[in-house]
Design a protein around this ligand. Structure first.
Ligand code: NAG
Ligand code: NAG
Ligand code: NAG
Ligand code: NAG
Length: 169
């Protein structure tokens, strides 16, 4: 992780958070191929790849020690659909771990429901992390990430997503 510490953290602070912070917290790690993460176009799972599935989102093994879900942007086989991912959760913090190869810019948004409060930030994943704190745990939050095609090709990788959630009691 040569550049992690030098990366600028993007802090998204929702107003009204900080309630109920006395609840015990725990971190939950979702690997990039978790079925809770919805990819558009759909990620090809291993059995689907065997039957010829092609997608702008792929499982890639070129990062030492791990498997990531990666995209190089829209492709003709999936009708040039802009790669996006979505994850709905209840938690107070979110961290998305990319890889050292990730250098695309993405739009990163969090939408709380039912308040519909939305925050969007553009993130250059070669220098910035995708990280948010003080998310209101009393609402369901949807993370949305949209790949931003640029003038030169760029890759966006997801290794895992860590959520800070209240302990289930
Ligand atoms: C793999 O993907 C195919 C096609 O998208 C789907 O029909 C199948 O249920 C998936 N299998 C698993 C184990 O998720
Ligand atoms: C990305 O987000 C910015 C606001 O931060 C918005 O102006 C822009 O239209 C968004 N781009 C896409 C492709 O969604
Ligand atoms: C992202 O940051 C890197 C390093 O500063 C820079 O070289 C690159 O041009 C930036 N990408 C975009 C799309 O701005
Ligand atoms: C991203 O990295 C690839 C491979 O190093 C490079 O070819 C490409 O130009 C980079 N894109 C950007 C936007 O920095």
């Amino acid at each position: 992780m040569p550049d992690c510490l030098s990366r600028i953290y993007i802090l998204l602070c929702f107003l009204g958070a900080g309630l109920l912070q006395s609840w015990a917290q725990q971190n939950v790690v979702l690997q990039s191929n978790s079925p809770d993460i919805v990819y558009s176009p759909a990620l090809c799972n291993t059995s689907a790849i065997d039957t010829g599935c092609v997608s702008a989102w792929q499982l890639v093994n070129d990062v030492p020690g791990t498997t990531v879900v990666a995209t190089n942007g829209p492709i003709s086989q999936t009708d040039y659909t802009i790669p996006q991912l979505f994850l709905s959760f209840r938690g107070s913090a979110l961290y998305l771990r990319t890889s050292p190869f990730s250098n695309a810019s993405v739009n990163f948004s969090l939408t709380a429901s039912p308040s519909e409060l939305t925050i969007t930030r553009e993130v250059n994943t070669s220098i910035e992390n995708i990280f948010a704190v003080d998310i209101p745990e009393t609402q369901t939050t949807t993370l949305g990430i949209t790949y931003l095609p640029g003038v030169s090709s760029a890759r966006f990788d997801i290794e895992f997503i860590t959520l800070t959630v209240a302990n289930s009691r």
